[in-house]
Each structure stands twice: as structure tokens, then as C-alpha cells.
Design a protein around this ligand. Structure first.
Ligand code: ADP
Ligand code: ZN
Length: 760
């Protein structure tokens, strides 16, 4: 705590900011500590930041006149010491500011909205013996008379004239006590579930990890098991062990897997309230959750990426399910990877981490095979269920057989769906492309509709409520759409455009929508199976978390007979009645200009295929124009190892991760020339410094235009830095940014992505 004359170091949520020093106003003397959020003046404005240190005034240059910080915000809330230190490391590693890292890590952000203070006041026993000022006496009498029991500050202030300072003095003199308010109760836990007898592989895995949990000690385990092989059961046993010994556990899952089903599975095992943490919680909900965690009411948190930082006291285990998921990497600053930050967090705490996946990321598998992580395999599915057989349907053959029909539903897929409808089972159809058609083409001059702001081809969407006006020939290529029935949308900036009546270049009026998205498949399905209950689930249909949960209910109840969706349905769903999985087009992501395109396609296909055959035998049909492509063929054969070996050899030849580490630097400006100049200048400095000994072995690639050359009107130039280790690259980058020759123009922006997952 502060002593008179001390100075607060405050960091703000701004790029490249250093900690700023502020003096502490008298009423806050002795009240502030590192981790508190405060409002500070900065230039002519105000901002909210986090106190990271308190220093003696004598240690600060006496020549500098300090401005006082204004006030504390989010009273009663503080970021823990542990998270302060973790974010310090993050800032170094991810080349962001400490403030950016802290703002991401703080459960309620740096919010300065006045959150309800969750403390109550009551008179202490023997308050009558304390000498009080007349005003204090009124306050004490009010509290003593209160029919409502202890009062929060707001109610008290409404009843008598008082301030927090007065109450603090009364607390110090022993007249008043502060007690935590009751927190709202969580939902009642579902009926208890009996743990099953473990399978031999599960037992082996559990016994391998248990000692690290019991000790505890830091170690990373990679649990590789096909979908439905019982990984979650292993997590549950480990968490049980931690909780039995008074510890707490954190389990990260992809946002989309945070269904009531997942949560119920955990809470029915432990029969206690579980913290569910995701980005759609309101700040108030987060604040309540934070308090329950800090007070030890909640000892298990399940959450998506941002849950990485929940300040669970006595954290004894971190589980990261579906560790290969790219959504664990944040795409805006700070561009951290939840898996890697969690591993660092566990390392500092000396506790184990369990990573689970059916298709481990190449980074993690590489670490496991090189002995950095420990590899544990679950080879069988419980109840003797086999992995579903996968049948590849060559779409080239389908089109050849009947060239008049450019259908996206092959005869094989159609009859497989019909069979399910007749048997009262569910079909799950997957297409990772939303909207109606992929782009709009002028057949005469080959013009393609593009976004004005981005270098992105626009997707065609059908207006809802319309588009029921159906051509007679059901699955026939629809030909021109009526302009009033459709609109164009940029999937990058969400900008909307009218559907043109004619080509703006040559005036051609019969424009062609090319390719199929989920909307179009939905229409085709409605025509082929007019009686069926069809549910489409993608970003356009989901309606936020509530909409998703509603749709999910229709799936679980079996009401929805055909479920069609994007990658929203590829993950975490456990639907017993799904006996058919159809991949409408496997090739969608294959030719994205990113070296991970094949890996992503492979693992997505494996994930989708895993949605069936979990409790009933199932079947998977994969439609593809490329049945011989390794990613498609090997996914159909469930051959992770074969694919890994092949793809890793290619990565080694091309010097890509995980053999090497990358840092992507993007310079963007509305003016192409300025973006190019900045990128060239920076690469020049990097190359010059890179020749010096201590930066040896770092390759500077580029600058080149980024694969998506323009986003939101800004031209993007890309530099890639490659070396054996990330910190070496970051050191060089920092040196370059501190070089006297480096200057960033006011209109140019610099984005640094350490260990990038997305190179577009
Ligand atoms: P994963 O997490 O690998 O996808 P789950 O843990 O969800 O797999 O297990 C798949 C199904 O098998 C679940 O319905 C689960 O209840 C069941 N299960 C898991 N372990 C066992 C076991 N040892 N005995 C019987 N059933 C099990
Ligand atoms: Zn756009």
C-alpha cells in the first residue's frame, strides 16, 4: 500500500506505451495498490489504466512535475499479482505494450463504468463506545437502525449525508465493518453422473498425468485421441483430483463448444457451481463471476480464449481442449495465443497442463515428438464403436454424368439424407461458406463484384423473407437472380452493396452467381425435402449466443432433421441421433494462400467426421472435386500420422513452422506508396541490424503485398521474420523500432503478429 509521497506507475491500453508516473491525491493515499484500475489525465483527455507499481517520490526525477491521478475506478476490483506478472511476460513475448496485455487479461477490461460495489456496511459490536463526530454518529445510528441489515454504499448515501472517506475513518476507529455482499446463486447442478469404468488407454493416460497433479509440477501433456475417444473423461478425473485437494482448475474450450451440454457434463460430475466464461457475458456478469472466483465459491472455470486469465486462486491444472483451434489466437493486439500463454502461466505456477485434440496442431505434435511435451494416445472409442466409414464422392464425376445439373447435392448424398429422414435419424451437412453464392460474375467481360474498401470478392446473399420464389426446376443452376431478391456483402468489413441489375463495366444484364454457400444449399434442401425440418446454422442465422443456444436446443431435441452449417457445427456437438455427416464441398479452404490451408482442411474434415458414430454407428459422405488431394484422402482414412509426416516434410523443405518461428509485420496505409516506403525502410533497418552477430540467423522476407492487399481501404505490406526462436526475432524487431532511422508516419499503422496463425 502507498505511503505518503509515493507515486503510481500506470499503464494504459495503448500500443508501445511506457508506464506513466502520477502523484496520488490525498484521499487515495494508503488506498492504492498494484492491480487497481485508475482514471488518469493524459494530455487534454482522460483514460483508464492499471497501477503496476508504487514508487517512492524520491526515486522519481524531482525535475518532473507529476500530475495527480484522478480516481480509482471499479472499486473493489483488482488484477492479481500473478496476472500482473504474466502480462508483463506477454508484453515482452508478443511485442505489445503491458497495458494492452493487461486490458486483455483484466476480467472486466479497463472499464471505467461504475460497477456496483459489492460490499456492505454494518455497525461493529461496541460502536457506542467509539468516539465519533456528530456526522459519523448519524451514519452509525442509521446503520444500527437499518431494517434491511447491512447496507451498500449507494443505499446508505441515499439515507444520510456521507462519503467513502467518512466510512473508511469509521472503519479504522472500529465503529463500522465492511462485509462482502451475498453473491447471486448459480443454477442448481444437474443430477449426479456416475463416472464410468475407464478404458485401458484412459487409465494409462490418467496414471501418467496424476503424479504431476499431485505433486504438483509443471509438465505439458498432449492427449491425442480421435473424437469420442474419452478425452473429456480423463479431464474430469484430473479435475476431480485437483478439487479433492482444495485446488482449482481451468478448462479452455473453443467458444462454440461452450454449450449447455458441455457445461452440464462438468457440473453433473462435480455437483457444484461452475464458472462459465465467454466473451458475450455482460460486465456485470463478469464482475460477479470474478468475485465468486476470488472468494473461492467457484473452483472450476470453463471458458473460451479470454478465460486464460481468470484469477483462480490455488490453480492446480489447466486443460485446453481442441488445442489446435485457431480461435485460441487473438487476431487484434495483443495477438496472444491462449494455449501458449496458459502454458507459460502453468510453468510459472509449477502446475501441469493437458492439451487435448483429435488432430493436434503441428506445433504441439512436434513438441510432443521432440520430448518437450509428453504424448499420450487414446486409440479406441468406448463401447467398441468404430470410427465412421468415410465415402468420397467425386463431384467431377457427378457433373460429368449429368452436365445439365450443377447440383451441389449428389444423388448419393440425396439418398443418404432420405434414408435418415425415413428412419427418424438426423443428418448433419457441413459447408464452410456462408451466403448464397460465392461471387458475382459478368459472363461477357469477366467483371467480378468486389468490395470498394477491401481487396475482397463480394459474397451474394439472399434477402430473408424473399427468395422463396423458386424456379420450377429444383436443383438447376439458378441463373440470374432478381436484383431485389439479393444483396452483396463483404465478409471482411461487413459492408453491404445492392445487387447490380447490370454489369457496371459492359452493361450485360444477365450476371451469374457462382458457387454455393449455405443459404443456397438450404434452398436446394427445402425443395428436395419439402416435409423435413431443416435448420441452418451460420453467422448470418445464429442471432448471437441466444440464437445459437435456441438452435442448439432444436438439434438436441431431435426436432431438426437436417442440420446445415459452417464450422459452427463442426465442433463440440454430441448428437446421438446424427448418423449421417455430409461434407458438401471439402475443397473450400484448400487453396487459401496460407501455408496452414492443408492442415486446417484436414483437421476440419476430421472434426466434422467425428460428429457421428459416437453412440450409434454412422456414415460420412465427403463431396470433393479433389478426391486424390492428400488432405482430403488422408482425412477420409483417419490417417493423422500419415498426413502429419507428409506435411511436416513439406514444411521442412519450405522452412515453415513448426521447424522455424515466424513473426509477421504488417504496415498499412491508405496510400500504397507510403505503405511500401515504410515497409522498405523497416526491412532495410532490420537487414542492417540483422547482420550484426547477436541477431544472426534471422531471415527477413519481403516486403511484399499481403495476400489480402487491402483491408478497410488500407494497403497492406508484409514483412516476415523467420528464425529458430521467437524471442530472437522480437529482440531484433525492438532494436529496429528503436533505431534512430526508424520513424512511423502518422497515417501508417504497424501491426506485429508473433507466431501468426493467419497469414492473410
Ligand atoms: P472426447 O472428449 O474424446 O470427444 P468423450 O469423453 O466425450 O470423448 O467420450 C465420448 C463418449 O464416450 C461420451 O458419451 C462419454 O460419456 C463416453 N465415455 C467416455 N469414457 C468412457 C468409458 N470409460 N466408458 C464408457 N463410456 C465412456
Ligand atoms: Zn469490405
Amino acid at each position: 500500500m502507498t505511503r505518503p509521497g509515493s507515486v503510481a506507475s500506470v499503464v494504459l491500453n495503448r500500443p508501445f506505451g511506457k508506464a506513466l508516473s502520477y502523484s496520488i491525491p490525498e484521499e487515495l493515499q494508503g488506498q492504492l495498490a498494484p492491480g487497481h484500475l485508475v482514471e488518469v489525465p493524459i494530455g487534454p483527455r482522460r483514460d483508464t489504466g492499471c497501477v503496476v507499481a508504487l514508487e517512492d517520490r524520491s526515486r522519481v526525477d524531482p525535475g518532473i512535475r507529476l500530475r495527480p491521478l484522478r480516481r480509482r475506478v471499479a472499486d473493489g476490483y483488482a488484477i492479481t499479482e500473478e496476472i500482473l506478472r504474466l502480462t508483463r511476460w506477454m508484453a515482452d513475448y508478443y511485442c505489445c505494450s503491458w497495458g494492452e496485455a493487461l486490458a486483455a487479461a483484466s476480467v472486466i477490461g479497463f472499464s471505467d463504468t461504475c460497477l456496483p460495489r459489492r460490499m456492505l456496511y454494518r455497525v461493529a459490536e461496541g460502536w457506542r463506545d467509539v468516539t465519533l463526530t456528530p456526522r459519523q454518529r448519524t451514519v452509525a445510528a442509521t446503520l444500527a437502525d437499518s431494517a434491511l441489515g447491512p447496507l451498500p454504499m449507494a443505499d446508505l448515501a441515499a439515507a444520510v449525508k456521507t462519503t467513502t472517506a467518512t466510512l473508511r475513518r469509521m472503519q479504522e476507529s472500529g465503529a463500522v465493518e465492511e462485509i462482502p455482499a451475498e453473491l447471486p446463486a448459480g443454477p442448481a447442478p444437474p443430477p449426479a453422473d456416475e463416472p464410468p469404468e475407464l478404458l485401458p488407454d484412459q487409465r494409462t493416460a490418467l496414471e501418467a498425468i496424476l503424479p504431476a497433479v499431485q505433486k504438483p509440477e509443471f509438465a505439458v501433456y498432449l492427449l491425442h485421441g480421435v473424437t469420442g475417444s474419452g478425452k473429456t473423461e480423463v479431464y474430469l478425473r484430473l479435475i476431480q483430483e485437483v478439487m479433492d485437494h482444495g485446488g482449482t482448475a481451468l478448462c479452455l474450450v473453443p467458444e462454440i463448444a461452450l454449450t449447455p451440454q458441455t457445461v452440464a457434463r462438468f457440473s453433473s460430475r462435480f455437483r457444484q457451481e461452475i464458472g462459465v466464461f465467454h466473451s458475450q457475458l455482460s460486465r456485470r456478469e463478469k464482475r460477479v463471476l470474478h468475485e465468486k472466483i476470488i472468494r473461492g465459491h467457484i473452483r472450476l472455470v470453463i471458458g473460451a480464449r479470454s478465460a486464460t486469465f481468470v484469477p483462480l486462486p490455488r490453480l492446480g491444472l489447466v486443460v485446453i481442449d481442441e488445442e489446435h483451434e485457431s480461435s485460441y489466437k487473438q487476431s487484434d493486439a495483443p495477438r496472444y495465443h491462449a494455449r501458449d500463454v496458459s502454458i507459460m502461466r502453468a510453468k510459472r505456477l509449477g502446475v501441469p497442463v493437458v492439451l487435448g485434440s483429435a488432430t493436434p496442431s503441428f506445433e504441439s505434435m512436434h513438441n510432443a515428438l521432440s520430448g518437450k511435451y509428453r504424448l499420450l494416445e487414446l486409440r479406441t472409442r468406448p463401447a467398441g464403436l468404430m470410427l465412421p466409414p468415410v465415402r468420397l464422392v467425386s463431384m467431377a464425376d457427378v457433373t460429368k454424368a449429368d452436365p445439365t445439373r450443377l447440383t451441389m447435392l449428389s444423388p448419393d448424398l440425396q439418398s443418404a439424407i432420405r434414408e435418415r429422414l425415413e428412419r427418424g435419424e438426423q443428418s448433419l451437412l457441413f459447408l464452410n461458406r456462408r451466403g448464397f453464392s460465392n461471387f458475382l460474375l459478368c459472363p461477357s467481360c469477366k467483371w467480378v463484384a468486389r468490395c470498394d474498401e477491401d481487396d475482397i470478392v463480394l459474397t451474394i446473399h439472399r434477402r430473408s423473407g424473399r427468395g422463396r420464389r423458386v424456379p420450377d426446376e429444383p436443383e438447376l443452376f439458378p441463373g440470374p437472380l432478381a436484383a431485389e431478391d439479393a444483396f452483396l456483402k463483404c465478409h471482411f468489413c461487413s459492408r453491404l452493396y445492392d445487387y447490380p441489375a447490370a454489369c457496371p463495366k459492359c452493361g450485360e444484364t444477365s450476371l451469374t452467381p457462382v458457387g454455393s454457400g449455405t443459404q443456397r444449399i438450404e434452398e436446394a434442401l427445402r425443395r428436395v425435402y419439402p416435409e423435413a425440418d431443416i435448420l441452418r446454422l451460420d453467422q448470418d442465422s445464429a442471432g448471437g449466443r441466444q440464437g445459437f443456444l435456441k438452435a442448439w436446443q432444436r438439434m438436441v431435441s431431435g426436432e431438426a432433421q437436417i442440420i446445415l452449417g459452417t464450422q459452427m457445427i463442426a465442433k463440440g456437438l454430441h448428437l446421438e441421433r446424427v448418423t449421417l455427416v455430409g461434407v458438401v464441398l471439402a475443397d473450400v479452404g484448400l487453396f487459401v494462400p496460407d501455408f496452414r490451408a492443408e492442415e486446417r482442411t484436414f483437421s476440419l474434415l476430421m472434426q466434422v467426421a467425428g460428429r457421428t458414430g459416437r453412440t450409434n454407428p454412422g456414415e460420412v459422405l465427403v463431396q470433393t472435386y479433389m478426391p486424390h488431394h492428400a488432405a482430403v484422402r488422408m482425412a477420409a482414412e483417419h490417417d493423422y500420422t500419415g498426413f502429419y509426416d507428409m506435411e511436416m516434410a513439406r514444411r521442412r523443405r519450405m522452412a515453415f513452422p513448426p521447424w522455424h518461428r515466424l513473426v509477421a509485420v504488417t504496415l498499412s496505409d491508405e496510400n500504397l506508396q507510403r505503405a511500401e516506403d515504410a515497409a522498405r525502410r523497416l526491412s532495410g533497418i532490420l537487414r542492417r541490424l540483422g547482420h550484426k552477430d547477436r541477431h544472426a540467423g534471422i531471415a527477413v522476407l519481403g516486403p511484399r503485398p499481403a495476400p489480402i492487399e487491402r483491408i478497410a481501404g488500407r494497403c497492406r505490406q508484409r514483412l516476415l521474420l523467420r528464425a529458430a526462436t521467437t524471442p530472437a526475432i522480437v529482440r531484433l524487431l525492438r532494436a529496429a523500432l528503436a533505431d534512430p532511422q526508424w520513424r512511423l508516419g502518422s497515417t501508417t499503422r504497424l501491426a506485429i503478429d508473433v507466431d501468426p496463425q493467419d497469414l492473410l
